[in-house]
Design a protein around this ligand. Structure first.
Ligand code: ATP
Ligand code: MG
Length: 508
């Protein structure tokens, strides 16, 4: 059956924010049963274009047709009624509420007199979860499930409204490889049922795997729409950045100094067991492993955030037992979490205030904040990490997702830490920004900082680290260095198939 009428057609659509035309006369179309990728650099306008579709704005201009019918999408309800569902870049579930309440939000089954029909609720919720392959008790509070599960819950919720167009904004940025595989299976199944899926991603290999067509945006404008078979990695990058892709190679420094961070026999029952690790001045040590291997838990414990059941951490010759974040910072330790939402970017405050937030005290004299100095610090990091737009007064919440991530990194780098623990530092940032962040990390190491890097991005881990320990089920199963430190080897080791030549001595 030929589908002449596209599921979605946007014509000449624009959205202006004070000071920026985020979406500039864009034409965009999605066929029935198509996966259409939307790509572009951080701040290109991808999320804004899709938020127009989700009914976030009542002041966009241009035409939208759904199933050949002109529609006005001035509210989320209007979008939902048109069969449009969106899964946001930042998950939007109510964490304290149960899975069922989240999945069925807005359409909880009621008996007469408005009593909640609990039995029906659980049954409906289970049916929704089954569509995304989740077998969880719908009564579980969302805060108790993993990020991956939360994301599937979010998809289940979106599907509950029987959409014809499903938008996913960077759905895989928090997922491990197996989880991505499962998600893709779900996407392909949904596609077979005739759903159109718009898929925003920075990840080229994924786009080639899952998309039928791809549209590239740059500076709010559409550069082009291509059949996936007609483009290559290089041509897509070129379309995104507007020129030939430049290869950013990071170079590891080779001068290692004294040990700075030393972890001895660290155990937290149920999470990791007997981990030993020493990180020297100038060294970047990777922690590799699949999701659930205990990487984040280990990183947190090494920073004194989570309690240890056994072992101890020595920072610069002195035992580390920080009672709060300030003390850790004072001792020269910075921790960047994988979860940018809870790590507290103050979205309503300007970029400048966010960058200096952790060193406010240091920049103040007798209680008075020294604005000129603060501004100089902030502006140095805005330059170094290419934060866009380079406007210190802009509210952080008005930046695109990737640029918010850069502000968060700047905040911790500005503390001038001697030891940095980075958990997924480039999640959700585009190719160019990623290179800038890699350069910043390599520079810090060259200046003698000690860095622990947790990353699911294996090429990143392999190219930045001097060596990497591999965790599986909370245990160090080996260490890779030199020529053995490749994405393929890391993956093999992490999934439990250590290649014969692997160094099995464990971490030093
Ligand atoms: N609420 C807002 N107020 C002002 N400007 C905004 C607002 N939201 C987004 N912008 C601006 O609109 C532009 C497009 O942002 P958008 O979030 O759509 O980018 P994106 O392509 O999704 O980027 P990323 O890959 O980083 O998520 C950016 O310049 C951003 O700063
Ligand atoms: Mg975005």
């Amino acid at each position: 059956m030929a589908h002449e009428t596209p599921a979605l057609r946007m014509t000449g659509v624009s959205k202006r924010f004070p000071g920026s035309l985020a979406v500039d006369h864009v034409d965009f179309e999605a066929r029935v049963g198509e996966v259409h990728a939307l790509m572009g650099e951080n701040g290109a306008g991808k999320s804004t274009l899709m938020r127009i579709l989700a009914g976030s704005f009542d002041d966009y201009t241009g035409q939208v047709e759904v199933g050949g019918r002109p529609v006005t999408l001035h509210s989320p309800a209007a979008a939902r009624d048109c069969g449009i569902a969106m899964i946001y870049q930042e998950l939007s579930l109510a964490r304290k509420r149960s899975i069922a309440e989240n999945v069925l939000a807005g359409r909880l089954p009621c008996r007469r007199f408005g009593w909640l029909d609990t039995g029906a609720m659980l049954e409906q919720a289970r049916a929704c979860l089954a569509r995304v392959g989740l077998d969880l008790d719908p009564r579980t509070p969302v805060e108790e499930i993993s990020q991956h599960e939360a994301q599937l819950v979010e998809i289940a919720r979106a599907l509950g409204h029987v959409p014809c167009i499903l938008v996913m904004d960077e759905p895989t940025s928090a997922l491990s490889r197996e989880e991505v595989d499962r998600l893709f299976e779900i996407i392909l199944n949904l596609k077979r049922t005739g759903l159109s899926i718009v898929y925003i991603s920075h990840h080229l290999p994924e786009v080639f795997r899952v998309a039928d067509r791809v549209t590239v945006l740059r500076d709010g404008k559409r550069v082009g729409t291509y059949e996936i078979g007609d483009v290559t990695h290089e041509s897509l990058i070129e379309a995104m950045v507007g020129g030939a892709a430049s290869e950013h190679q990071t170079h590891r420094g080779s001068n290692l100094g004294a040990p700075l961070l030393h972890a001895e026999h660290l155990s937290r029952y149920g999470f990791f067991h007997d981990v030993n690790l020493t990180v020297h001045e100038g060294e970047i040590v990777g922690i590799a492993g699949l999701n659930g291997a205990g990487r984040t838990e280990l990183a947190r414990a090494m920073c004194g955030i989570d309690p240890l059941d056994e072992g101890r951490v020595v920072l610069n010759g002195e035992a580390l037992r920080p009672r709060n974040a300030e003390e850790a910072i004072r001792r020269g330790l910075a921790y960047l979490t994988e979860d940018r939402k809870t790590q507290g970017l103050a979205l309503g405050l300007p970029v400048e205030e966010n960058i200096v937030a952790a060193i406010w005290g240091r920049l103040s004299r007798r209680g008075v904040y020294r604005r000129t100095e603060g501004r100089a610090v902030a502006s140095r990091w805005v330059d170094a990490l290419h934060i866009q737009p380079p406007d210190l007064r802009r509210e952080a919440g008005q930046l695109s997702g990737g640029n918010q991530q850069k502000v968060l990194l700047a905040k911790w780098l500005a503390t001038g830490p001697r030891v940095l623990v980075l958990d997924e530092p480039t999640r959700g940032v585009d190719v160019g920004a990623k290179a800038a962040i890699h350069r910043a990390i390599a520079d810090l190491a060259r200046q003698g900082r000690a860095i622990v890097l947790v990353s699911s991005d294996l090429p990143e881990l392999a190219s930045l680290s001097h060596r990497a320990i591999v965790l599986r089920e909370g245990r160090v199963i080996g260490e890779l260095r030199g020529d053995a430190l490749t994405p393929e080897r890391i993956l093999l080791a992490a999934s439990g198939q250590p290649p014969p030549a692997m160094d099995e001595e464990g971490a030093t």
